[in-house]
Design a protein around this ligand. Structure first.
Ligand code: HPA
Length: 261
């Protein structure tokens, strides 16, 4: 066991990328310098969710140093909202000041079909919990008025346009999972202003802002949310559809990093 900074052995990443379910393919373009299973690193809990590998990949993407977290732990695994605090603290310690998060999500918007990608512009924490419960300092009162960095959002939109990738924009609502939502919950979510629903990302955003990192986040729409089509939802569907959106996000990231973000 060692800490991430030591494991990186002088490699200094500025940007870290968290890959959600079925998005592992998004790292194919990374020139790998080193790989570190979460189990070897201090503070990194190992996820047991299928479709998630569990390692850090350090390397370069278009000449820029990046760290990729292939897999993450979720609140629903152990009921711990701060499950990602160790990893995000370790990234900060290793010099990361920009966190790019991806997830799979259900769409509440009939015009945003499976396979689409959505830039998260804001979120609704519907879980009733918070990763900063127990934080004893006044730093716990993190402002979230501009949680999703405006400059990064603009940069990604510009690249999406020039790559001819349709990038939806919307509000992500965090449900605890692991069961999917009910049709009634999805009706409620839509009325409350959600465009997509999912089981991750919001705790990481809160933690990243706590550690003063800039944040960008994207949802890959793997399904219409519960009740919208009558179909039952499954994790198999998430794993099957996610790579479609993952490919678009990988291209978007590569283009943005090439310009230094
Ligand atoms: N709900 C919650 N999480 C999800 C969904 C969904 O419909 N699809 C993929 N992750």
């Amino acid at each position: 066991m060692m800490d991430l900074k030591t494991a990186l052995n002088g490699f200094t990443p500025e940007t870290a990328l968290v890959l959600g379910s079925g998005l592992g393919g998004a790292v194919d373009a990374v020139q790998v310098e080193s790989r570190h299973p979460f189990g070897d690193l201090d503070g990194f809990p190992v996820s047991k969710v299928s479709g998630h590998s569990a390692e850090i990949i350090a390397g370069t993407l278009n000449g820029h140093n990046v760290i990729v977290l292939s897999g993450r732990v979720h609140y629903y695994e152990e009921g711990n909202p701060a499950a990602m605090r160790g990893p995000i603290a370790a990234l900060k310690e290793a010099g990361v000041n920009r966190l790019i998060l991806t997830n799979s999500a259900g769409s509440t918007n009939p015009d945003m079909a499976p396979g689409s990608i959505m830039q998260i512009k804001d979120h609704i924490n519907f879980s009733g919990t918070n990763p900063l419960f127990g934080e004893p300092t006044d730093k716990r009162f993190v402002g979230l008025t501009s949680a999703y960095d405006k400059g990064l959002r603009k940069t990604f939109r510009r690249h999406a346009k020039s790559l001819d990738i349709k990038l939806h924009r919307g509000v992500y609502m965090w449900f605890s999972g692991p069961s999917f939502e009910t049709p009634a919950e999805i009706k409620m979510a839509r009325r409350m202003g959600a465009d997509a629903v999912g089981m991750s990302t919001v705790p990481e955003v809160i933690l990243a802002r706590f550690y003063n990192m800039d944040v960008a986040a994207f949802s890959i729409i793997t399904n219409f949310a519960a009740g919208m089509t009558g179909a039952e939802l499954s994790h198999t569907e998430t794993k099957e559809i996610a790579p479609q959106g993952g490919e678009k996000i990988a291209r978007l990231l590569a283009a943005a990093l090439k310009e230094g973000l």
